[in-house]
Design a protein. Structure first.
Length: 332
């Protein structure tokens, strides 16, 4: 559960920010241990509720942040980016929404800005990775000696979550493939569409992350400290790996859709073949019954006691001959 904390560390109601729009404020010593004594703090982590007007006011009035960084926090758009401004590394990165979010299993956005002594984070929905790292800080199971280490941990959790999503989608595709092979595919069309939609979203975000970290490496490599450059390289490698995993799964979904369409086409062709055979068989009978149903004189077999049966036998014989002929054509 995501418990909001005020600057003094007292618990507030779940998911409710304090009077400054803060979810929590953590202080860390140089050894990376959380401390409640601000005087011992080597760096701090603040997390804001971005949809809260009080939080937006606090961020807008934060003089330590350069103007482009404040603008990036407060903009209404959600374009992923990462950049450097006056020794502040800032950006907007994707993360999985928490399971208890009103819009669970989707992607949210985590905005951050960091320098050597401060990390400011903001989001609109509860995010899985941020909450996982927050719990680790609360429990004392993880130590973060710098804001860069914590951001790498958050992004690592986010990538782990997306890798788990890809793993779940891979299992879903395995089940769909098994049912298609066993010709039990009729109820799988919507499942395949849903899986492909999720893959498109995750794959697009992986492509974005890969390009963002590559841009950071190419544009600001000489301006960033070595630890942040190393962090960017590690995250870029992981995002690139997941990007290729997503490509492979997308290729599988396209192949499965092609195979399902082929089976659907085959089924349609079979139905058309049956209809064609029925039409060919019934057409001679329809012609014969139409001829003998005319109210004109000199109709043959009108006064013959066995006339009806003779006409019926002729119609059935012609229908059988046509049926055998059509079946023979179908086997050629």
């Amino acid at each position: 559960m995501n418990i909001a904390l005020n600057p003094e560390g007292s618990d507030l109601s779940p998911y409710l920010p304090d009077e400054h729009g803060l979810f929590f404020l953590y202080h860390f010593t140089a050894e990376g241990v959380r401390t409640k004594d601000a005087a011992q703090a080597h760096w701090t982590w603040r997390s804001y509720q971005l949809s809260d007007m009080r939080a937006r006011h606090e961020i807008a009035s934060e003089q330590a942040l350069p103007a482009p960084v404040r603008e990036a926090f407060l903009t209404a758009s959600h374009g992923c980016h990462i950049d450097l401004e006056d020794d502040w590394l800032y950006g907007d990165l994707p993360d999985l929404r928490h399971d208890y979010s009103a819009e669970a299993r989707g992607l949210g956005h985590f905005r951050f800005a960091l320098n050597e002594t401060m990390l400011i984070g903001a989001r609109k929905q509860p995010l899985q990775s941020v909450d996982t790292i927050r719990k680790a800080v609360e429990n004392g199971t993880r130590k973060f000696r710098s804001p860069a280490e914590l951001i790498e941990a958050v992004m690592g959790q986010s990538l782990d979550g997306m890798a788990a999503e890809l793993g779940g989608l891979s299992e879903t595709l395995d089940g769909i493939e098994d049912r298609i092979v066993c010709d039990a595919w009729h109820s799988e069309r919507q499942s395949l569409v849903d899986a492909r939609r999720q893959l498109v979203v995750i794959h697009r975000q992986m492509a974005t992350l890969t390009s963002l970290f590559r841009h950071l490496d190419h544009s600001h490599r000489n301006d960033l400290p070595d630890p942040i450059n190393d962090m960017a390289a590690r995250l870029s490698h992981r995002a690139h790996t997941l990007y290729h995993d997503g490509e492979q799964l997308q290729a599988r979904t396209r192949l499965l859709q092609d195979e399902m369409m082929a089976k659907l086409t085959m089924q349609s062709n079979q139905l058309l073949y049956i209809l064609s055979v029925m039409t060919a068989v019934l057409l001679p009978m329809t012609i014969i019954s139409g001829l003998f149903g005319m109210n004109v004189g000199d109709l043959p077999l009108v006064d013959t006691p066995m006339g009806f049966w003779v006409v019926t036998a002729v119609a059935l014989f012609v229908a059988a001959a046509v049926y055998l002929f059509v079946r023979r054509l179908g086997r050629m």
